[in-house]
Design a binder for this molecule. Structure first.
Ligand code: 2AM
Length: 481
């Protein structure tokens, strides 16, 4: 009998193939399988030629070729395909065997599958995998969660193939149930936010009259400082890109697509009542961009400010834009971490926030120097309640906020939409406000719906007022909630 495999991987689209090749490069023997079995032979004869990868002709064949306890990773389309494979695998497996889903599954699905497989004495892991095809081959960011007993079985493989930040793997155990996929979802939401912020900076640069080379140079400069990141770097390259007709970017239709993971983050934010406003705006602005025909029509009907868009000092204003982007980015990550904190409470996860920052530090789309700063903030204080309260970020906002306010006000005066920059600023001002106008809101609710309110200094006592009481006489009745 030939050598048994360390792990099986089902799903030979590019991500799956590349993860297999990555595992192979790190010395693991992988058994490959795919619904359309012809793809297995093709893969073995082409991409995997000369490797230790073995193939399987059926699920039973695959299961027979694995060391026990068996580890089987799925990289198939999220949704019913995952359930279908689980259903077929269950009768072939023995107690203690492990199924891992590396697709983009919804965290509730992962939690449900964990529960179902636990009843069958099987282990289950739902892992976020980020970094695209390149990451899968040479080092993805991996965010595994599910049955904790499964972690020792895959730790070596996962941490070996993951991206590295210095010598640290961008992969750590995230938490129980759907925790891995939840964290991956927040990662994707943050990616939406980062991209939107960069787009707003680009739009403001255009408003200022910068040509494309100047914009590319600005992003190149920014990439040398605190904004150093994959997304800033590719933005520079995109701005520099020319084909036979000149710069390509201006010829691309301005309607954004989305696969839905940003939307899921916004839905989770609403569900758990966390003000993740920047990602929400990023999702909505993609929706607005998709209304191209309506916008073209409205652009001929609706007026905006007519003055010339100019500033006294262009270089100085560019620096303001950079600072505004940086401050907003801090708010966006603070919001994302607030969402994870709330979900952790809801699901009883013991999330390691510094570890999450480290997982995102390399391999994935939002990789950046900034995530190193977040990791350091949580290392300084693992109990940090909000990123905005960390000294490093507090100081960063202190020194950038004048710029941030200038940019948002100027954009408003010019009529340039900056939903993410301005939502972040509104959040910042709201979060640091000891008093918000919600006292009026509570009074209104009590007026029309007798919802009651609490008096300052008498919290816990709920009071109702008869606001239309005769002769303007306000009567209050008190009762315990
Ligand atoms: P296929 O090659 O047989 O289409 C990405 O689409 C991966 O998910 C591919 O390996 C694909 O298999 C698999 N996949 C997509 N939908 C599937 C389904 N309903 N059942 C099983 N595998 C599926």
């Amino acid at each position: 009998m030939s050598q048994k495999a360390d792990i099986a991987l089902i799903g030979l689209a590019v991500m799956g193939q590349n993860l297999i090749l990555n595992m192979d490069s790190h010395g693991f023997v992988v058994c490959a399988y795919n619904r359309t079995v012809d793809k297995v032979t093709h893969f073995l004869n082409h991409e995997a030629k000369g490797t230790k990868v073995i193939g399987a002709t059926s699920l039973a064949d695959m299961v027979s070729k694995l060391k026990t306890p068996r580890k089987i990773m799925l990289l198939v389309k999220a949704g019913s395909a995952v359930d279908a494979f689980i259903d077929q695998l269950v009768p072939l497996l023995s107690p203690g065997d492990l199924i891992i889903d590396g697709g983009n599954s919804e965290y509730q699905d992962t939690a449900r599958r964990c529960d179902e497989l636990k009843k069958k004495n099987l282990l289950y892991v739902g892992s976020g995998v980020s970094g695209g095809e390149e990451g899968a081959r040479y080092g993805p960011s991996l965010m595994p969660g599910g049955h904790k007993e499964a972690w020792p079985l895959i730790k070596d493989i996962f941490q070996s193939i993951a991206a590295k930040s210095g010598s640290d793997p961008c992969c750590e155990w995230v938490g129980e149930g759907g925790a891995g996929h939840f964290v991956k979802m927040v990662h994707n939401g943050i990616e939406y936010g980062d991209m939107q912020l960069i787009c707003e900076a680009y739009d403001l640069m255009k408003a200022l009259g910068l040509n494309q080379k100047e914009m590319a140079n600005a992003f190149d400069e920014w990439n040398k400082g605190e904004l150093d990141s994959f997304l800033i770097e590719i933005t520079r390259d995109i701005l520099n890109y020319k084909d036979e007709n000149g710069y390509l970017l201006e010829r691309i239709r301005d309607t954004a697509g989305q696969k839905g993971t940003g939307k899921w983050t916004a839905i989770a934010a609403l569900q758990y009542g966390v003000p993740v406003t920047l990602i929400g705006e990023a999702v909505f602005f993609r929706c607005l961009s998709a209304l191209k025909e309506e916008r073209v029509h409205a652009s001929k009907q609706l007026s905006g400010p007519s003055g010339k868009k100019s500033v006294a000092e262009r270089a100085q204003f560019l620096n303001h834009i950079k600072n505004a982007l940086y401050c907003s980015k801090i708010v966006s990550y603070a919001q994302g971490f607030m969402l994870m904190r709330e979900a952790a409470k809801e699901f009883d996860w013991n999330l390691n926030y510094g570890g999450i920052a480290l997982m995102w530090r390399g391999g994935c789309i939002i990789r950046s120097r900034f995530l190193g700063n977040i990791k350091e903030a949580y290392t300084r204080n693992p109990q940090l309640s909000n990123l905005l309260l960390d000294d490093f970020f507090k100081k960063a906002i202190q020194s950038g906020q004048e710029s941030w306010r200038q940019v948002v006000s100027q954009a408003v005066l010019w009529g340039v939409p900056v939903p993410a920059l301005s939502a972040a600023l509104a959040f910042y001002d709201g979060y640091r406000a000891e008093k918000l106008p919600a006292n009026l809101l509570q009074a209104q609710r009590d007026y029309f719906g007798a919802h009651t309110y609490e008096l300052l200094g008498k919290e816990g006592k709920f009071v109702h007022t008869n606001w239309t009481g005769t002769g303007g006489n306000v009567s209050a009745s008190t009762y315990d909630a």
